[in-house]
Design a protein around this ligand. Structure first.
Ligand SMILES: C[S@@+](CC[C@H](N)C(=O)[O-])C[C@H]1O[C@@H](n2cnc3c(N)ncnc32)[C@H](O)[C@@H]1O
Length: 312
């Protein structure tokens, strides 16, 4: 039943949230109280939040930069640090748009979760005259049906497929993907128990568990990505500062030129790997191992783009 939010109701909700350990109790109270006009439904949301469910699962949306993306209970809630991946994917997409002219530029968000990066790339395309004239082909893939359902809402123009890594993809994509971006699970199994309860108890295990050293899925991506990449293709994976050297070594062993990018603004870390570059005359040549141009330096997140610094 519709019920106005009085000052005393708000104070009561703030106090309950604060007692349960919410750091941003006022902001959360306002969001929960605004989520529905139904008094009983509101009380149920507050009760579940006090019991530890993630705010985003209760609201049905999460912020990812300046976008609001749909989430549902159980799925991984996009983290701010993953904005680094989105930025690197945008840069790699823009570079591919400058060099690929005979087919649509193709970007795959592997392990897409709710498809937050693909949603950002879609928004970017809508705002770019170049992309509007020749839109990139956006594909997103995940093994979790709940995540796939959200990704289809968040990126309605993308092809969103469900399945185990590359087995989910249509075979005719082989050799055509210019950018693969993946925030795959990378938490070591033994560390899951010490994650915050909101993640540990409310996000699907498949979204978190990266195996013994956390890098099982990275290992598989590195081993399987080659045949899917177009010449000059880029692979971008999120990792942690501690795991970055091993992640990078996996992609280097798979024949990619790799570098580690760290962005302190969002506390994100990524490994960027490049295949051999195909120049406009069609000849394959090695891409320089380190950034040599302004755009490469920007991609590497070196001092050229402000606060970000290259970690390796
Ligand atoms: C850490 S979450 C990240 C989700 C999303 N990329 C984001 O940043 O919000 C990892 C995602 O990988 C998916 N995943 C795990 N193993 C997978 C596999 N073998 N094939 C496809 N997706 C997988 C999970 O379902 C989950 O959505």
């Amino acid at each position: 039943m519709s019920e106005a939010v009085t000052g005393s109701l708000r104070e009561d909700v703030v106090a309950r949230l604060r007692r349960s350990g919410c750091v941003f109790a006022e902001e959360e109270a306002d969001l929960l109280l605004a989520a529905t006009p139904d008094g009983a439904a509101r009380e149920e949301l507050v009760r579940r939040r006090v019991a530890g469910e993630p705010l985003e699962h209760l609201l049905g949306w999460a912020e990812f930069g300046d976008l609001r993306v749909a989430v549902r209970p159980g799925v991984f809630v996009p983290r701010r640090r993953t904005l680094l991946l989105a930025r690197l994917a945008e840069t790699a997409l823009a570079r591919a748009e400058r060099t690929v002219h005979t087919r649509p530029v193709t970007v795959l968000e592997m392990c897409c979760g709710v498809g937050a990066i693909t949603a950002r790339l879609t928004a970017r395309s809508a705002a770019s005259p170049r992309a509007a004239a020749s839109p990139p082909r956006l594909i997103a893939a995940d093994i979790d049906p709940d995540a796939v359902a959200c990704a289809r809402l968040n990126a309605p123009d993308a092809l969103v497929v469900e399945g185990d890594l590359f087995a989910a993809l249509p075979a005719d994509l082989a050799g055509t993907i210019d950018v693969v971006v993946a925030n795959a699970p990378y938490v070591p199994t033994a560390a899951i128990g010490s994650m915050p309860p909101e993640a540990r108890d409310h996000e699907h295990r498949v979204a978190l568990d990266g195996g013994d050293d956390g890098l099982d899925v990275h290992r598989r991506i590195a081993a399987e990505v080659g045949p899917w990449l177009a010449p000059g293709g880029t692979v971008i994976v999120e990792t942690s500062v501690r795991q970055a050297p091993t992640s990078a070594a996996l992609f280097r062993a798979a024949g990619l030129h790799t570098r580690v990018v760290r962005d302190e603004r969002v506390e994100g870390t990524a490994v960027v790997g490049r295949t051999r570059h195909r120049s406009t005359d069609g000849a394959a040549r090695e891409h320089a191992a380190g950034p040599t141009t302004d755009s490469a330096r920007r991609e590497a997140g070196r001092p050229h783009d402000g606060a970000a610094t290259g970690a390796a």
